[in-house]
Write a protein that binds this ligand. Sequence first.
Ligand SMILES: Cc1cc2nc3c(=O)[nH]c(=O)nc-3n(C[C@H](O)[C@H](O)[C@H](O)COP(=O)(O)OP(=O)(O)OC[C@H]3O[C@@H](n4cnc5c(N)ncnc54)[C@H](O)[C@@H]3O)c2cc1C
Length: 471
Amino acid sequence: MTTTSPHALTAPFEQLDAGLRGELITPDHPGYDQARQVYNAMIDRRPAAVARCRDAADVVACVRFARSHDLTLSVRGGGHNAAGLGVLDGALVVDLAPMHSTTVDPVHRTVRVDGGCTWADVDHATVGFGLATPSGFLSSTGVGGLTLGGGIGYLSRRFGLTVDNLLSADVVLADGTFVTADEVSHPDLFWALRGGGGNFGVVTSFVFRCHPIGEQGVVIGGPVLYDFDDTAEVMRWYRELLPSLPEELSGWLGLITVPPAPPFPEHLWGRRACAIVWCYTGPHDVADQVLEPIRGFGSPLVVGLHEMPFTVLQSAFDALYPAGLQWYWRADMFPTISDEAIEVHRRFGAQLPTGHSTMHLYPIDGAAARVAADATAFPYRDGGWAGVIVGVDPDPANAELISAWARDYWTALHPTSAGGAYVNFLMDEGQERVEASYRGNYARLRLVKQRYDPDNALRGNQNIRPATSHV
Ligand SMILES: Cc1cc2nc3c(=O)[nH]c(=O)nc-3n(C[C@H](O)[C@H](O)[C@H](O)COP(=O)(O)OP(=O)(O)OC[C@H]3O[C@@H](n4cnc5c(N)ncnc54)[C@H](O)[C@@H]3O)c2cc1C
């Protein structure tokens, strides 16, 4: 995925620059090193140029230029991708970050979102109207990559995945033409965009359905922390409890080191814990009743459930995980949290190699599981959890330590998985893992890829090979 095109050095970038509204940053530019950075500091790639696109016309110009000069293309939304796929060696990077406008239609409950927005941009815009669309668990993540891979977040249990709330997408295709894809116009493309990643075009704007949440956008949520020694008991309780809860309440589970910062009490800083982070988006007058099974269970170290604007919950972990840390990811989908898996979690959770390293289990249930597996390209609709093991640390000297821990943990856990992963949590793990992760939808995705990008010009992604391609 880091191929350097022989044409990268000779392409007449001054011609491209002259036609762009946004800035074109080549290696001789003082801002080059900053422009090529991605969220994961383990990734260090040197693109031929970074085009900071201001509008769809800039994107069209870049795609046409790259195609006519045989340049690799890569597309950067929020820059959060685990494998750093938004920036490739020798590529022309279509950087969408300057395109970050949003427009809420409170009457029809929709939001139009530019392709370079982060979820902080969207949450800010919608929560002001008491509305939200399902996203993730962190607000600094890009809308582009998260949406195109599926989108799993606090609201998925109640309203489905992000892709289940996508109404239309404006797309610059691999040949530089522009289309709007929705259920009626280019329905095959619209199907593939909902989980198929950045394989099918550059999305310059998305329209999402929004939903009223909480009381005018104020929800009840936050972490409940248990002693690490209680992990097995907590995991078994959580797996049984979740299906019985109303869909207004969702929670993900993590094995963590208590961060050395408020609001966590100082005597817990640095202690291993099993955490569940809850989000309740229903009416507040029945909240005590709904949250009673949570408040009544076990001996929590901290019960941090509070009223807060949804934007606050969404951004609660942003400061703990700023850009520029070393990240090594391994992931799988899990149909259930089996007793066998719990033993593995206890073993490797006890060995978290650094304070930032963690394991999370995100539920894909409720409304997200009522969608048919072939209704969108996202195939995991039979309930269960998206699991992710991340070795994280600020110090590059610990890169091997965190990677080895995550690899060993994953190897031990993989036999309990569904066989594939959420594509947005994959590293550069090879074609077999991509196929395994798309399950029964992979063959159809290849046909759509053949139609919209037969030369595989868009390959800076978890790549879906065009149907006639043998490589
Ligand atoms: C700290 C952290 C927390 C996360 N939490 C969640 C979570 O809660 N839920 C969840 O579902 N995922 C989560 N993710 C995974 C996230 O969805 C992926 O990393 C995703 O790729 C990030 O999107 P991005 O736009 O920031 O990525 P980028 O690195 O900018 O782009 C990744 C790829 O997406 C494609 N792409 C991006 N934008 C566009 C576009 N507009 N048009 C076409 N292609 C595009 C390109 O192929 C690109 O290579 C998290 C990631 C991180 C690092």
